[in-house]
Ligand binder design. Structure first.
Ligand SMILES: N[C@@H](CCC(=O)N[C@@H](CS)C(=O)NCC(=O)O)C(=O)O
Length: 327
């Protein structure tokens, strides 16, 4: 198997979603630390512009967004599956809710002053200021949830998760161990986990909100127990060199997405081979520019060249991303 590099930082909830999937699948992986704020020269050398966290690298293939990374991990290590009952549609719908609604509600709660104080305890004032300015710029054009509204929503979401864990257990057995009631975790659990993990592990001063939903607390403990797999620390320079090496060796990882068949789905009137940009719809909309190599049912693949990383293929999910012809 090609070496897996995860580019991330400890505090990132979306990175925690992937770290836990790596643990669930008991994979060995290279951990590459990235800065939590821009500029990120080593990141964009590989991604061609995307700056969000995390991203996954296999040789000179770079996968952006945890929804796509989940597909890649499922492909690399099909067992244990993220879809134990094959219910991919339900899992993806719940995961999308968790990554959006639950995440932003939780973050509005987590980043209230008491949370910020705990997160940045001892950090130099300049670092706190830089973080605020960076996230402010990333949120341009977005309606950010206010802390009080976020708190109300988060409490409701936690109750809903608690209800899911209770309602789906076999009669008289006091609840299901995981969200979709299958007895095994699935993508939905990993997606719902990371925002709540942040409350419990990054801002424990605010974790009292979980006391009203003991089912969620027990589920969190079950999820945390999967761990992070076998992590090997690596430098960004090593990851970039691995890309350059794969690029010059002409390696093709042959990432095939099942059910996807690589068929061109042309919804934009942009031909393959065209110069394009891809950017997230919101929150961190920095563009990646490159040649459109593929636009399948599920993903876009762009190719760009960087003097340090060589020729890199960057993959994005279609959902949540904007494809445009380059100006
Ligand atoms: N939809 C993206 C969301 C990623 C995201 O928003 N990550 C946050 C960190 S948890 C981020 O990028 N923050 C800014 C940064 O790290 O530069 C995914 O699933 O990967």
């Amino acid at each position: 198997m090609t070496d897996i590099y995860l580019h991330h930082y400890p505090m990132s909830p979306f990175a925690e979603k992937v770290r836990l999937m790596l643990g669930f699948k008991q994979l060995t992986w290279h951990s590459v630390m990235v800065p939590s704020v821009s500029p990120k020269p080593d990141v964009v050398a590989l991604t061609g512009g995307y700056r969000k966290t995390p991203f996954l690298q296999l040789g000179n293939d770079v996968f952006c967004d945890t929804a796509l990374i989940a597909d890649v991990l499922e492909h690399l290590a099909p067992t244990p599956s993220l879809y134990p009952q094959g219910n991919r549609g339900l899992n993806r719908v719940v995961a999308q809710w968790a990554d959006q609604q639950l995440f932003w509600g939780a973050m509005a709660y987590n980043f209230q002053p008491a949370g910020m104080q705990q997160l940045f305890d001892g950090a130099p004032p300049d670092a706190i200021k830089a973080f605020g300015a960076d996230r402010g710029a990333m949120s341009a054009g977005m309606t950010r949830v206010r802390p009080a509204d976020g708190t109300s929503a988060y409490k409701s979401y936690l109750r809903r998760l608690n209800d899911m864990l209770h309602e789906q257990g076999a009669a008289g057995q006091g609840g299901a161990p995981f969200l979709l009631g299958t007895g095994a975790p699935s993508l939905a659990d990993f997606a719902a986990y990371h925002a709540v993990w942040f409350t419990q592990h990054q801002v424990p001063a605010l974790a009292g909100i979980l006391d009203a939903t003991p089912g969620v607390k027990d589920w969190l403990a079950r999820m945390t127990a999967f761990g992070h797999g076998n992590m090997v620390r690596s430098k960004a320079s090593e990851a970039i060199a691995a890309s350059a090496h794969a690029s010059s060796a002409g390696d093709r990882n042959d990432i095939k997405f099942f059910g996807d068949n690589e068929l061109f789905q042309n919804d934009h009137g942009i031909p393959l081979g065209a110069a394009v940009t891809v950017a997230a719809e919101s929150f961190g909309t920095e563009v990646t520019e490159g040649i459109l190599l593929a636009a399948t049912r599920t993903r876009y693949t762009l190719q760009h060249t960087n003097e340090r990383a060589g020729t890199v293929r960057v993959h994005f999910p279609r959902v949540g991303y904007v494809l445009k012809a380059a100006a």
